[in-house]
Design a protein around this ligand. Structure first.
Ligand code: ZN
Length: 147
């Protein structure tokens, strides 16, 4: 958890640190055997690719696997996504994906400051060409959740 960010400058620093940390050590990267759902995503604008597996148990996401390659932002965003939705219900995971998507569409404060590392994705808004990179794992998750 990184707490509440009070200024864009602080966000810049956090952005670099957190993105780099997740990029260098992506979480939940192991390929899941016997997954209930497998889904692939591709962002042709940048060449980012992701491969997602979901494993459900008793209505919650027991395990999640995400592999892929691409730019730092797509890899980091995917790593954060897996941490955020593991253990969640389908509805909770869907709601989270919707919030992230909304954050990129709206101007001004996004209200993601309660979401730990995910908060730094706000920094991507300053680079509109990268928004599709950041959204790719979330879009792939939404596809997987709808199955
Ligand atoms: Zn990218």
């Amino acid at each position: 958890m990184i707490g509440t960010v009070s200024s864009m400058e602080e966000l810049d620093e956090l952005y670099k640190e957190v993105i780099l940390d997740h990029y260098q050590q992506p979480r939940n990267r192991a390929l899941l055997e016997n997954a209930d759902v497998s889904e692939k995503g591709f962002n042709p604008l940048c060449g980012d690719q992701v491969q997602l597996q979901l494993k459900w148990k008793d209505g919650t996401l027991q395990e999640i696997g995400l592999q892929g390659h691409g730019c730092a932002i797509s890899v980091a965003s995917g790593s954060m996504m897996t941490e955020a939705v593991k253990g969640k219900t389908r509805e909770e995971a869907q709601a989270l994906a919707s919030r992230v998507r909304r954050m990129f569409k709206e101007q001004g404060p996004s209200g993601l400051s309660d979401l730990g590392d995910i908060e730094v994705l706000e920094g991507v808004k300053k680079f509109p060409v990268r928004i599709k990179c950041a959204l790719l794992p979330w879009t792939t998750l939404e596809q997987g959740l709808s199955r």
